[in-house]
Design a protein around this ligand. Structure first.
Ligand code: BYC
Length: 317
């Protein structure tokens, strides 16, 4: 069948809400954009372990430590499902890791900010995982099967992460004046970077229109950002805290909260590699990868030994 006919069939399947599977025909550009998005997503999960990993040894109680450890372990798992989903598109994991370690690949801007106090564990859970859920629930309906299926489990776990963050902030918000101030300071620092997680405005987003047409993305960056503002503007009231934006105001006509201007210069600066922690994050990932070389070598040697044994017993049989 010629390519034009195959592309026509592909478009018809997308229009019918069919799932595209790894062995199905897909246009090159669809494959490329999925590799781009899924690999950036996988890298984000892996780099995303670092800001929280920073607080595991300093958690204030055993219960908090167990919850934080579980959350960080979940993120490692999410990274692994996502690398596997990406590999179904015909790219090798080692190539993806090289792209991350060399600084060529992007990962979420949010993980280039430092976690300065214990309250940041609450703000990250509430706002960063909150933004992640907002973005990822629609990805469960993504047109590419392996990505959509990976997202189902990821979202269940993200929901637990978000609630642990909110509950942590709620506890601080009922604590001493110093604890309340620490919670408010964390919210102030994480609010704007969390809104930037959704990506550039729709008019400055080169990939959105096509990804929406292919049903990879189901909502635009601005639509999801607005949903996030609407949810958080209400939830912050339960904490007795405020969002650091004097322009947040309910707009009856739009049926949404209006909000202030995002500092897009800051966003582009961070994704270009000049955020507060970009260098530190890449160094930490490179160090972990190099120190893990012996594990990969041992696993490969073991696999080769097993394969040789199996070949021997197959010959003998
Ligand atoms: N940070 O045309 P656009 C997590 C890039 S993991 C850095 O709108 P698209 C979690 C974008 O890649 C969170 N780069 O792109 C983990 C593109 O660059 P390239 C990660 C960004 O793909 C652990 C350019 O800007 N979640 O939540 O249509 C602990 C133009 O953007 C960012 C995902 O990855 C950013 N914030 O839309 C806790 C979800 N935003 O590739 C939590 C899956 C944009 O052209 N990804 N860029 O060089 C997506 O949904 C989409 O890729 C995005 C961007 C909405 C992020």
């Amino acid at each position: 069948m010629d390519t034009a006919r195959l592309e026509e069939q592909f478009e018809a399947r997308i229009a019918a809400d069919d799932r595209i599977e790894p062995r199905d025909f897909m246009p090159d550009a669809y494959r490329k954009t999925l590799i781009r998005q899924i690999s950036q997503h996988a890298h984000s999960e892996i780099v995303g372990m670092l800001p929280e990993g920073n607080w595991i040894t300093r958690a204030p109680s055993l219960r908090r430590k167990v919850a934080l450890l579980a959350k960080v372990q979940d993120e490692a798992g999410h990274g692994l499902y996502l690398y596997s989903a990406c590999e179904t598109l015909g790219i090798d994991r080692s190539e993806l890791l090289d792209q991350l370690h060399s600084g060529k690949a992007k990962y979420s801007s949010i993980f280039n900010y430092p976690t300065l106090t214990w309250a940041d564990m609450g703000a990250v859970g509430w706002l960063v995982d909150g933004a992640a859920i907002m973005n990822q629930v629609p990805l469960c309906r993504c047109s590419y099967g392996p990505y959509a299926r990976a997202m189902v489990r990821v979202c269940k776990e993200e929901s637990f992460h978000q609630r642990q963050g909110f509950e942590l902030l709620l506890t601080l918000s009922r604590g001493t004046e110093a604890q309340k101030a620490m919670a408010q300071d964390a919210i102030n620092r994480w609010w704007w970077p969390a809104l930037m997680m959704f990506g550039p405005t729709d008019e400055n987003s080169p990939n959105t229109a096509r990804s929406m047409r292919w049903k990879i993305k189901r909502f635009t960056n601005d639509e999801l950002r607005q949903k996030m503002v609407d949810v958080c503007a209400e939830q912050v009231k339960a904490l007795g805290m405020t969002l650091p934006d004097p322009d947040i105001k309910w707009n009856e006509e739009r049926g949404h909260y209006d909000f202030g201007k995002i500092n897009w210069d800051e966003f582009y600066n961070v994704i270009k590699g000049n955020g507060p922690c970009n260098k530190e994050r890449l160094e930490a990932r490179n160090k972990a990868h190099n120190e893990g070389a012996w594990v990969r070598e041992a696993a490969a040697a073991y696999a080769a030994k097993q394969a040789a044994r199996e070949a021997q017993s197959a010959e003998a049989a």
